[in-house]
Design a protein around this ligand. Structure first.
Ligand SMILES: [Zn+2]
Ligand SMILES: [Zn+2]
Ligand SMILES: [Zn+2]
Ligand SMILES: [Zn+2]
Ligand SMILES: [Zn+2]
Ligand SMILES: [Zn+2]
Ligand SMILES: [Zn+2]
Length: 1730
């Protein structure tokens, strides 16, 4: 830049500042009112007055055109760089990603090759971007289709790095961009890092200053939401709502102005806030800031966002911005604008950080050249940034340090930073510096571990994460520089490990229990976090021999340093046994300090294995300090640790409390064991392979404090000495033997044995599956993960196991293939004792089933690597033989306590291992001479201390009766011995080596054995089967007699027995003319009903005058059938339920578990429940799974949620067939007369005088007649009980017996329940009759009969009035007003109500010349005709052209006739329809559900057996249905044959003003048949849902992401659940979005899918809910609740259908009840806040 240019640039800067100084305070932050209009105005002004001028300045022309031109000329980079929103799905390929942090956005993923690979799906925590196009992030397929570089410029990264995108820009544009970007970026940086509250930077001071201030509240992570809300209400006296909104914004943006006014006014609020929050912790941060400062900061953020948008148009502009940002300022080092931002990061508020981080991601991280420069700056400042972060109290995602994942995970970048900025060492040193708690020896000490320290400790751990990124991929090429810097980092790391070596030491507590559990978690957390790092460092070492050797040396010297104090002051002692002696020193784990933390030893063990694996040791022995190794010292500390575990198992450390138990647990746990337990075993193996095996074993014996046991020959002495601790000592011996087995036998680590890592994983899986079949996730959890979160499971699993698919419940399982059973090792080192015994049992069972012997001999071991080769000598050394001899000797006598079976079993295992070893060596050798291993021979030798050789002892034990269980194993051993002898003899005698004939004879022996075993097994099986049969007989009995039964088994039983239970109607009943309604109907009175009370077990016949019997029942509101989810719930006080609207928007459903009780027994039971609840409430508060106050209880037999009981009533009597039946005309006339008589009587009653002429009263009709109550008082009482229940639940009101609506709601429940069951049967294509489970059948039957009787409990006049009004909907009655039109009535409800109400009229007719049934029939006919009209009116609004010349059938013609009648009345409102075929088809389909429901209704009302045709699904239904209902199969005849009579009725229906209004669009038209409601359709791929949810914003807080987006499965509505922002008040209580939604969508019941959790949520009311497995499964047949595993999830249609079925059959409340009953923790959840 020339001087003049600089001048002009300075001028421009001044000019821009002047402009901003004037306008910014005028535009931004005028007061507090954050209304939408205000915001829009601000936005507009900002765009016009501030940003547009900048764009002109930058582009030099009209912005829109200029930007378009820029974009056109741009050559975009191939990076996608899509920045993730919170909750957005991200994908990583498990096969191709360089590491798990490499992710793709959904768009790129779907266009990539990886969607065919094994991929992992997670939801983003926000921040981070798509790595598509970054060739370093992907081993293959780095580009998706969209980001594949075009054919024209197939640039490699290299080329793109070199080419300068700025070259594509015009020169003047470049100049303008430099100056504008600089001015704006500097302005923004100045303001965001500005610390004055009252002043502005030079040049920005406003022309006039006003006394306007803001009281600014800042966010912290210390104070809770509630505290902030409470404080704000006090400090600025705002409403709770405003306070919530303030708090939400503070939480989101990091700050929010809570008061606006003069200085004094704001200062006052500040002091109140500070005072109120300073009590327990540091106070909330509050600043009083001048309004102009706030305004400029506001604009600074807008300007940054603007920059981010502008550079999207051009890579050239992006690079200029990068250059401007990283250009050093005049102050030199760390003075660039980006540096200033980074270094002030922790001082900024959240909103500001988010915006500039976003800008960094859009600019620096998207430009490969500047990304490197930025990374160097970042690494240079690393220590300082981390320290700032440590002091800061914000989450890591809003800290600039979180950018490390973008920089360090690029392998070339990480390596460059390691070499140039010594990054590895920096990170480790920073980490060590921040862990300041040390003991005098310099080890970490975390005792006095407070919450605040825990918080800090948590933050420090992010450094480990950074270290992991740096190390995640080992280099393929090493430079000398890299070696140097890596080793420097390695030394730093060793320093860290040295601080951990020996931390948290423990001393055995004797006498008293420890007083305080010592802190242990911090140390283990550290260990756990470092586990992967330690493994990675070893991996790095393994790739370069020089590095490995140097690291090994360094590690060894570090260990020597740790050991320097080890044998100090200890007395040397000498041990001798079996002719060998060794020097060691005295040390007892049980008396001195011992620590579990030995990371330096373990690292050395790891490196030692690498030396062996890479064969460095054999190639460069001279470079290795192997001579410096002192094997006894190497094994000392790991051995102590293992002895500690053994002693803990033996119960010697009981008084040390749980902290020790936990430590031992984690020591073996899969999360830690790789770098703890496993390495200790390896260290022992390394040490033992370098020592005389006898010496090794003697030291082991000594550390186990068992030396004296085996050094004395006298067994009695052992009893005397051990005395009371004998059990303890026995356990120690077992543990010691187990340890020897592991040291010799564990060879599945590459480097110890000659195996591959693949074999290691396979062996783990074999042993896991030997316990039992397991699900994929169980296996994955039980295997250690590497740094890439991989276990290697998938590579192996299919070779060893077969997969069994899950059913509708449960999950898919893997089962071990039988050919792998022979690899089972009972003493597998990762088995816990419990695992071991389970596996043993399972394996023995398997062998027994396949007719084999039950010996579990050791599996053939893989050969050892040379460095570990001498380990095998342990098996045949004298000390071990002495130990084996001793144990076998003890076992000769079946004495109590002197030895244990496990001890013997372990010795037998060791013997077996030795024999296997010898056999293998013999098989693999060419001649007898090279096999030095000679165990079989050694065991024949007489041992001095025992009464015979090991072999002789074994032979004598073989037939010992007290060792029956071990017989097979001993036999196996003896066979092995003779085999080996034979092999040796053969090789020595003859060179021809053939074993086959011998094997052959052995084989026949074996076969014989086998056959015998098989026969025995078969007999055993027969015996078992017999017993099973007896058992199941007893079980059946038990089911009948017993109450301890669960609902589920009951249901299953019912389903399977319903066919038989439901005796198919016998032949004489199912004659052709089986009729359920009308005078010709067939009754069911013949059947006596005998039932048993589940409570007192007494039998009782159902009769009208006997003791009442009741069914437990659950009444609930339902919207399952609703066709209108948006209608407002009726006002309970004024709602008139007499006419159900055809949209069925709210019904009352009754269900029952079918369990019958005496009413009195039930009452007693319920009173007891109430009493218990009262007592419980006094003791502890909280909810139960049922609400006793609302009458809820659990069925005493099946624990099904219930809230009332249905009385059971006798069958209806058969009609008197001698009575003549009136025709419809006569019946209508009579009924009209009867009604008229009632009208007049009612009037007389109310007015006291008759004004009009007495109407004609039909003969025998007695208006004043009071019928006799047909029921006993106890039954009447129960009728009232149930009536009131439906009334109370249905209307949500308090019970009121006097309310005339009481019977209506009972009828309603009957009609609605039948309708919903009819729908279910229809949709599941089940036959109408005979397919319902018993409980539903009993429920419907009782419910219907109850409904027909419930009028007896209500005042007669009330029921009369109902009937009169109901009939007036069909037959016009001038005396009745406000009758709805037929389009507003559900005809089935009308039928049920009018039939049930009719009895009340009929009972007044004492003439004896009519039966109530003829009334029913006429009502059915009338309602059917009305329904036909209703269907015709609503069915055809659009003309469908059909073949018109088709000569119609009779039905079609009559349909056309009726339709034209309707058109005569309504004219053009109805469309013209010419096709009778079409009309009739609609009509038939539309009326079918009604007919089916009516058939069910009359079936249950009159107990008429259904015709055969209806017991099966299939054709012929229509005719059977019509005849069962006493209807002509041509339904149109109902109209045709009564045309004159019906004409005026049809006229009145059509002329109801409501009809015309509805048809002309004045209301929703319901068409028939109503389509069944289903749950919403879900996408097949779960990530589609996640994506949907991630773009869902909270509807209340203006564009914010919702934290818990939740999908209503009923209506598909997405909700913002579990959040303050979306709480609403329902009945005076704040509830979350889900609960609120259930009240509008599901009448209080809801089914949701919590998208982020992949979990189904059921809620009922405000207090009840449960989680339910989602219908999404991964490929292994498992759900992923919580989305933790990230396997791709797909919809399982069966499971979703099951959920839908639950909902449609009204079973959700019951599921919740059972879930809560089973898991009390669910009861305590505040479901209403979800
Ligand atoms: Zn992408
Ligand atoms: Zn892409
Ligand atoms: Zn892939
Ligand atoms: Zn009873
Ligand atoms: Zn029950
Ligand atoms: Zn909904
Ligand atoms: Zn919300």
């Amino acid at each position: 830049m020339s001087e003049s240019e600089q001048d002009s640039a300075a001028d421009l800067q001044q000019e821009v500042c002047r402009h901003l100084a004037i306008y910014v305070p005028r535009i931004f932050c005028l007061g507090l009112s954050g209304s939408d209009r205000e915001e829009q105005r601000e936005e507009l002004a900002c765009q016009l007055l501030l940003l547009a001028p900048l764009e002109w300045l930058l582009l030099g022309e009209e912005p829109a055109a200029g930007l378009a031109l820029l974009q056109e000329n741009n050559q975009p980079s191939a990076l996608c760089g899509h920045v993730f929103k919170v909750g957005e799905p991200t994908y990583s390929c498990r096969e191709c990603a360089a590491d798990p942090t490499c992710v793709l956005c959904m768009k790129c993923f779907l266009g990539s090759v990886h969607k065919e690979h094994r991929y992992r799906m997670t939801t983003s925590g926000g921040g981070g971007f798509c790595d598509c196009g970054d060739s370093e992030a992907w081993k293959t397929g780095p580009y998706c289709q969209k980001h594949t570089p075009g054919d024209g410029n197939q640039d490699t990264d290299e080329v793109r790095l070199m080419s300068d995108p700025v070259a594509h820009l015009a020169t003047d544009m470049v100049g303008r961009a430099f100056s504008v970007f600089f001015i704006i970026l500097k302005y923004a940086v100045d303001l965001l890092t500005w610390e004055h509250e009252d002043l502005l930077p030079a040049g920005l001071q406003p022309p006039e200053r006003e006394d306007t201030y803001y009281c600014m509240l800042f966010n912290d992570e210390v104070h809770t939401y509630e505290q902030v809300i409470y404080t704000l209400q006090k400090a600025v006296s705002c409403s709770q709502k405003e306070a919530v909104s303030f708090a939400t914004t503070v939480d989101r943006d990091g700050r929010k102005s809570v008061r606006y006014g003069d200085f004094q006014f704001c200062e006052q609020a500040k002091s109140v806030i500070v005072r109120n929050t300073s009590r327990q912790s540091k106070p909330l941060r509050v600043q009083v800031m001048h309004s102009s400062v706030v305004a400029h900061q506001c604009f600074a953020l807008k300007a940054l966002s603007w920059l981010g948008q502008i550079i999207q148009y051009s890579d050239g502009l992006r690079r200029i911005l990068c250059q401007v940002g990283l250009q050093k300022g005049p102050e030199g080092e760390n003075s660039s604008l980006v540096d200033r931002l980074m270094l002030n990061d922790s001082k900024m508020w959240k909103g500001a950080r988010n915006i500039y981080h976003q800008l960094l991601m859009n600019s620096l991280l998207m430009d490969l050249k500047y990304k490197k420069i930025f990374a160097i700056q970042f690494a240079k400042n690393y220590r300082r940034l981390q320290t700032d972060f440590m002091e800061d109290d914000h989450e890591r995602v809003v800290s600039v340090t979180s950018l490390s994942v973008q920089l360090f995970t690029v392998p070339t970048m990480a390596r460059m930073l390691m070499v140039e900025e010594n990054l590895m060492t920096t990170i480790i040193r920073t980490f060590v510096d921040h862990l300041r708690h040390r003991d005098p020896q310099g080890r970490f000490q975390f005792d006095r571990y407070t919450a605040q320290q825990a918080f800090k400790f948590g933050r420090v751990q992010s450094l480990i994460g950074d270290l992991k990124y740096v190390l995640i991929s080992p280099p393929s090429k090493w430079s000398d520089q890299l070696r140097l810097k890596f080793l420097e980092g390695f030394y730093a790391f060793l320093e860290l490990l040295k601080c951990m070596q020996g931390m948290d030491p423990v001393v055995r507590q004797v006498g008293q229990h420890i007083e305080m559990e010592p802190e242990w978690e911090a140390a283990f957390t550290l260990q756990m976090k470092l586990t992967n790092i330690i493994t990675m460092i070893q991996e790095w070492c393994s790739t370069d021999e020089r590095v490995l050797i140097e690291a090994y040396k360094k590690c060894l010297s570090a260990l020597s340093h740790c050991h320097s104090s080890l044998p100090d002051g200890e007395q040397p002692i000498s041990l001798s046994l079996a002719g060998h002696s060794v020097e060691t020193f005295r040390y007892q784990v049980s008396q001195e300090k011992v620590s579990i933390h030995l990371p330096v030893c373990r690292l050395l063990a790891g490196l030692h294995v690498l030396l062996s694996r890479t064969e460095v040791a054999s190639r460069f022995p001279e470079q290795l300090p192997l001579g410096e190794l002192s094997p006894p010292l190497l094994i000392e500390l790991p051995l102590r640790c293992l002895v500690l575990c053994a002693q803990v198992h033996a119960g010697m450390w009981r008084r040390n409390g749980f902290s020790l138990i936990n430590q031992i647990y984690y020591y073996h746990n899969v999360k830690c064991r790789v770098e703890m337990f496993d390495k200790d075993i390896i260290m022992l193996q390394a040490g033992a392979s370098m020592m005389d095996p006898n010496h090794f074993l003697m030291i082991v014996l000594s550390r186990f404090e068992l030396f004296h046991v085996f050094s004395t020959a006298d067994i009695r002495k052992r009893y005397r000495e051990a005395n009371k601790d004998l059990v303890q000592q026995n356990t120690l011996i077992e543990e010691m033997l187990h340890l020897i087995i592991m040291v010799v036998g564990e060879r599945y680590v590459a480097g110890v044995g000659q195996v591959e890592p693949y074999d290691e994983v396979r062996r783990e899986i074999i042993h896991l599956l030997s316990i039992r079949p397991m699900a994929h996730s169980e296996l994955a959890k039980a295997l250690p993960e590497n740094g890439n979160k991989e276990t290697g499971l998938e590579r192996v699993i299919d070779s060893v196991a077969s997969f069994k698919k899950p059913g509708v419940t449960g999950r898919g399982l893997y089962e071990l293939r039988p050919e792998w059973n022979r690899y089972f090792n009972l003493y597998f080192h990762h088995y816990s004792r419990a695992d071991q015994s389970k596996a043993e049992e399972a394996q023995r069972k398997l062998r027994r089933q396949s007719g084999e012997d039950t010996a579990l001999p050791p599996p053939p071991p893989p050969p050892l690597c040379p460095l570990f080769g001498s380990l095998v000598n342990l098996l045949q050394c004298d000390v071990l033989l002495a130990i084996e001899g001793a144990v076998l000797q003890w076992a000769v006598e079946p004495s109590g306590g002197g030895w244990t079976e496990s001890m013997l079993q372990r010795v037998l295992h060791l013997v077996g291992m030795a024999l296997l070893e010898e056999q293998q060596q013999l098989e693999n050798s060419s001649g007898y001479e090279d096999v030095t291993f000679n165990y079989a021979c050694k065991i024949t030798r007489e041992a001095p201390s025992t009464s015979g050789s090991v072999l002789a002892l074994l032979e004598s034990l073989q037939n010992a009766p007290h060792l029956e269980v071990h017989k097979d194993m001993i036999t196996w051993i003896l066979k092995m011995v003779s085999n080996i002898k034979m092999m040796r003899e053969r090789t020595s005698s003859a060179s021809s080596f053939t074993v086959s004939p011998e094997r052959g004879s052995e084989e026949t022996m074996k076969d014989k054995d086998k056959a015998e075993r098989k026969r025995k097994a078969e007999m055993a099986r027969l015996r078992r089967e017999k017993i099973m049969a007896q058992m199941s007989e007893m079980q059946k009995h038990f089911i009948n007699e017993n109450k301890e039964l669960f609902q589920q088994s009951m249901e299953e039983l019912e389903a399977s027995t319903s066919a038989t239970h439901h005796s198919p109607p016998s032949a004489e009943l199912t004659c052709v003319s089986q009729v359920a309604v009308g005078p010709r109907r067939v009754g069911g009175t013949e059947r006596r009903q005998l039932v048993t009370c589940i409570l007192c077990q007494e039998e009782q016949e159902i009769r009208g005058h006997s003791r009442a019997m009741v069914l437990a029942a659950f009444v609930q509101r339902s919207t399952v059938l609703s066709k209108n989810r948006h209608c407002n719930l009726p006002n309970p006080e004024h709602h008139d339920p007499l006419f159900m609207h055809p949209d069925l928007c709210l019904g009352i459903h009754t269900a029952s578990c079918g369990h019958i009780m005496h009413a009195t027994c039930w009452q007693r039971y319920f009173e007891a429940v109430q009493l218990k609840e009262q007592r419980r409430q006094q003791r502890l508060r909280g909810h139960t799974s049922y609400d006793v106050e609302n009458g809820e209880f659990l069925c005493p037999l099946c624990e099904c949620l219930s809230n009332t009981v249905i009385p059971m009533l006798p069958h209806a009597a058969s009609p008197d067939h001698s009575v003549e039946n009136p025709s419809l005309e006569v019946w209508l006339k009579t009924t009209n007369q009867q009604i008229a008589a009632l009208h007049s009587a009612h009037r007389t009653q109310s007015d006291g005088a008759a004004e009009e002429a007495e109407p004609v009263v039909p003969q025998g009709f007695k208006v004043d007649f009071t019928p006799q109550n047909p029921f006993s008082s106890s039954i009447s009482e129960m009728i009232t009980t149930f009536s009131l229940s439906t009334y109370k639940v249905g209307l949500k009101v308090n019970p009121n017996e006097q309310d005339p609506r009481v019977p209506v709601l009972s009828w309603s429940s009957c009609a609605y329940t039948i309708q919903s069951i009819e729908r279910l049967l229809m949709d599941e294509e089940k036959p109408l009759f005979g397919s319902l489970p018993c409980r539903q059948d009993d429920c419907l039957s009782s419910l219907t009969r109850f409904s027909s009787a419930c009028w007896t409990a209500a005042p007669l006049k009330t029921v009369h009035t109902h009937f009169i009004r109901l009939l007036s909907a069909l037959v016009p009655d001038t005396q009745v007003e406000n009758t709805p039109s037929i389009l507003e009535i559900d005809m089935f409800h009308l039928l049920v109500y009018s039939v049930l109400a009719y009895s009340s009229i009929h009972c007044l007719d004492q003439s004896g010349c009519s039966v109530v049934d003829s009334g029913h029939l006429h009502l059915l006919h009338l309602v059917t005709v009305a329904h036909l009209v209703q269907i015709l009116l609503t069915s055809t609004t659009e003309e469908v052209c059909m073949d018109q010349d088709n000569s119609g059938s009779e039905e079609e013609e009559l349909t056309c006739q009726l339709y034209s009648t309707l058109r005569n009345h309504l004219g053009s409102v109805l469309p013209e329809v010419s096709s009778g075929w079409q009309l009739y088809r609609c009509l038939k389909a539309g009326v079918l559900p009604f007919l089916r429901a009516a058939a069910l209704f009359f079936h249950y009302l009159n107990s008429t057996a259904p015709p055969d045709e209806l017991l099966i699904a299939g054709p012929g239904q229509w005719e059977a249905l019509c005849s069962y209902l006493s209807l002509p199969s041509n339904l149109l005849l109902l109209h045709h044959n009564q045309q004159t009579l019906l004409k005026p009725l049809i006229h009145s229906w059509c002329c109801h003003p409501g009809v015309r209004q509805t048809l002309q669009g004045g209301g929703a038209i319901i068409r028939f048949p109503r389509e069944s409601n289903r749950l919403i359709e879900l996408p097949e791929d779960y990530s589609v849902l996640i994506n949907q949810a991630s773009s869902f914003t909270c509807p209340r807080s203006g564009g914010d992401k919702s934290r818990a987006p939740t999908l209503c499965l009923v209506c598909g509505c997405m909700l913002c659940s579990q959040s303050y922002c979306c709480q609403t008040e329902v009945d005076g209580e704040d509830v979350g979005a889900c609960t609120a939604h259930t009240f509008t969508c599901g009448a209080g019941l809801g089914l949701f899918l919590r998208v982020r959790e992949s979990q189904v949520l059921f809620v009922a009311g405000k207090t009840k809910g449960c989680f339910y497995p989602p219908p999404y499964l991964d490929d292994y047949g498992e759900t992923d609740q919580g989305l933790k595993r990230g396997n791709p999830l797909h919809l399982c249609a069966e499971r979703y259908r099951k959920i839908e079925h639950l909902w449609r059959q009204h079973g959700i409340a019951e599921v919740i009840g059972h879930a809560q009953e089973a898991n009390q923790a669910l009861v305590a959840i505040d479901w209403q806040h979800l």
